[in-house]
Design a protein around this ligand. Structure first.
Ligand code: PMP
Length: 408
């Protein structure tokens, strides 16, 4: 018999627990800074105008049907995704050094990569995957589920609320040769702290010297700075340096397609005469993994993204929509920092504007996080991370005052 009594009760997912508590709260001025999804200035979800247009285009097609996609997904979508992340003039694309599969959003792409590495990675006889400390909590679960052992490298400095670059580099230098290194392409979650371009160059140098294998998780391209190219800089730099690497790409945030699960996984190999052969073999194995996991990916979100990515006018409009989202978030960073500085809130607050993307690591302690929830009904994760998307012109004063109160 199965003996279900041996299945222990798992702890509640902290983020979903937080959301449930927020929903139950009847206080009128409550503020949700936990959510990892964009909200407009009225704290409402925002359907991108360009997504509405693409939706109209898709629905007006008289041949629209609900057939299966191929195992690797919608081809126009995966090839446009390659151009988006690597750049239209990428040598890796021209030289057919890349193979890509449509996935269940970014999570599915990370999972497919983890599964692939578990089965085939031979760069080290006993490989570990190294995560930044901290990282997106789901990384731990995804890699643990496929039995790849996890280690961490220092990343966030509690003191400066910026990057612990020296700690990161020395840890990458001392990791066993041929380790797998997971990197956030831009807008690091949860800290909002990214390396500078000079720092990325040094990271690449160390990874190359130690023959480490990079795996880029890219969940915020265009959403972070407002520029698709700028947010893809690190990935493109590594590819230019000739690395063989993996990329997990999500369209949840930058298209607002959260629930549609549109994402892409890429394997890029190094330049060389055997590159095409490598890509062919890898693609054949990825297809088997994909087939056994999901058979074939969902169609709707990929069609939306593909419609926009493959049309110059819609693409330009998308870039405009991206600037609306990233611009609002950058404005809220400025506002929150200014209010805290005006209030004379103890501590320094430059990190609020130095950090980038959806999240900010405020530096509030767990005790302060619980107190601000109880006293002011402002909800954030226990590590002091706030979603900047939860802040708007109507609640920024309230939030700043609440932070001021718990910090004093
Ligand atoms: N990686 C990181 C770092 C993320 O923050 C997210 C979104 N929270 C994802 C991957 C994947 O999200 P999704 O599966 O919704 O694309």
């Amino acid at each position: 018999a199965f003996q279900a009594e041996v299945v222990p009760k798992a702890p509640e997912d902290p983020l979903f627990g937080l959301m449930a508590a927020y929903r139950k709260d009847t206080f009128e001025r409550k503020v949700d800074l936990g959510i990892g999804a964009y909200r407009d200035d009225n704290a409402k979800p925002w359907v991108l105008p360009v997504v509405k247009k693409a939706d109209d285009v898709i629905r007006s097609d008289p041949d629209l049907n609900h057939e299966y996609l191929p195992i690797a997904g919608l081809q126009q979508f995966t090839s446009a995704s390659q151009r988006l992340i690597l750049g239209t003039d990428s040598s890796a694309i021209k030289e057919n050094r890349i193979t890509s599969l449509q996935t269940i959003s970014g999570t599915g792409a990370v999972h497919l990569g983890a599964l692939f590495l578990r089965k085939f990675y031979k760069g080290n006889s006993d490989p570990n995957v190294y995560f930044s400390n901290p990282t997106w909590a789901n990384h731990n679960q995804i890699f643990t589920n496929v039995h790849l052992p996890i280690k961490t490298y220092p990343y966030f400095s509690a003191e400066t609320k910026g990057l612990d670059f020296e700690g990161m580099i020395s840890s990458l230098e001392s990791a066993p040769e041929g380790s797998i290194i997971l990197l956030h392409a831009c807008a690091h979650n949860p800290t909002g702290v990214d390396p500078t371009q000079e720092q990325w160059k040094k990271i690449a140098e160390v990874l190359k010297a130690r023959q480490h294998f990079p795996f880029f998780d890219c969940a915020y391209q265009g959403f972070a700075s407002g520029s698709l190219n700028q947010d893809a800089w690190a990935v493109r730099y590594f590819v230019e340096q000739g690395f063989e690497l993996l990329i997990a790409q999500s369209y949840a945030k930058n298209f607002g397609l959260y629930g549609e699960r549109a994402g892409c996984f890429h394997f890029v190999t190094s330049p060389g005469s055997d590159a095409t052969d490598t890509v062919t073999r890898v693609a054949s194995q990825l297809a088997i993994l994909q087939r056994s996991e999901i058979s074939n990916p969902p169609i709707y979100g990929a069609k939306i993204a593909s419609t926009v990515l493959n049309d110059d006018a819609l693409f330009a409009e998308w870039e405009d929509n991206l600037r609306t989202m990233s611009g609002r978030i950058i404005d809220m960073r400025k506002s929150l920092r200014t209010k805290l500085e005006e209030l004379g809130t103890p501590g320094t607050w430059n990190h609020i504007t130095d950090q980038i993307g959806m999240f900010s690591f405020t530096g509030l302690t767990e005790k302060q996080v619980l107190k601000i929830r109880e006293d002011a009904h402002v909800y954030m994760t226990k590590n002091g991370r706030i979603s900047m998307a939860g802040i708007n012109t109507k609640n920024v004063d309230y939030v700043a005052n609440a932070i001021d109160k718990v910090v004093r």
